[in-house]
Ligand binder design. Structure first.
Ligand code: ARG
Length: 256
């Protein structure tokens, strides 16, 4: 009996050595998390001049979530209005795009817990003294990014003609060129644009914040598992200070 036991132990030990040896050689393949975004939305997602790398608050957050989930993050760039279809088609796993949680969108995708509070604001040319806020946009020509809450809000304005662009860069350019009188976009994005000197010589923000919105990460409607994993990872990042660190990097202040 004792001999048998010893032989068994030896066997287990040998097996352990063998397996251990193998384990040292090959790395466990990390699963890929395909994160979709539309990168003309600084400071949430953008490409620094001359760089192909995607950077910004959402990108840092997505990478931190990937780390937390032990997944390799791959950023996929597309039109903002293409994100929800891409989720539904299974071409991306998550949309991290400063996407506002709306009841309408929540019918077709599943949102994480909110991760950022936002709202819309009006941007006009510096020399425009007639438009003091959204209430002055009736009958005016307004530029927006296609598929955004800014676009939805602009469409509610009586008599306004709304010009929809694929990127925010084009919408701002249209204001610069005098093709429209205003742009409706997210406040933190307009503020960053002005602060970074993007519209330095021609643009300003006017009026009060138009809406109260919250950003969420979106996954495919039936992907309960990933949504739960993301929420857990998000809560962990908030607890361990990583979220605060990322927030401070991009907004230069503590979380509001
Ligand atoms: N928060 C707005 C929305 O959900 C605008 C988001 C635009 N995001 C982007 N990456 N371009 O409609």
């Amino acid at each position: 009996m004792k001999k048998r036991f010893l032989a068994m132990l030896t066997l287990i030990f040998a097996l352990g050595l063998l397996l251990g040896g193998c384990g040292g050689e090959k790395k466990v393949e990390q699963k890929v998390l395909r994160v979709g975004t539309e990168p003309t939305f600084a400071p949430f997602e953008f490409q620094k001049e001359g760089s192909k790398e995607y950077t910004g608050f959402d990108m840092d957050l997505a990478r931190a979530l990937g780390k937390q989930l032990n997944m390799k993050v791959e950023i996929v760039s597309m039109g903002f209005d293409g994100l929800i279809p891409a989720l539904n088609a299974g071409n991306i796993d998550v949309a991290a795009a400063g996407m506002t949680i709306t009841p309408e969108r929540a019918k077709s995708v599943k949102f994480s817990e909110p991760y950022y509070k936002s709202g819309l604001i009006v941007m006009v040319r510096k020399d425009n003294t007639a438009i003091k806020g959204i209430e002055d946009l009736k009958g005016k020509k307004i530029a927006v990014q296609i598929g955004t809450t800014g676009a939805m809000e602009a469409h509610k304005i009586a008599g306004a003609s709304v010009v929809e662009f694929n990127t925010n860069t084009e919408a701002a350019l249209e204001l610069k060129n005098g093709g429209v009188e205003a742009v409706v976009n997210d406040l933190p994005v307009v503020a960053y644009f002005l602060q970074q000197g993007g519209g330095k010589d021609y643009a300003k923000m006017v009026g009060k914040v138009v809406t109260a919105e919250e950003y969420g990460l979106a996954v495919k409607k039936d992907n309960e598992k990933l949504a739960a994993d993301i929420n857990k990872a998000l809560a962990e990042l908030k607890k361990n200070g990583e979220y605060d660190k990322i927030y401070k990097t991009w907004f230069g202040e503590q979380v509001k």
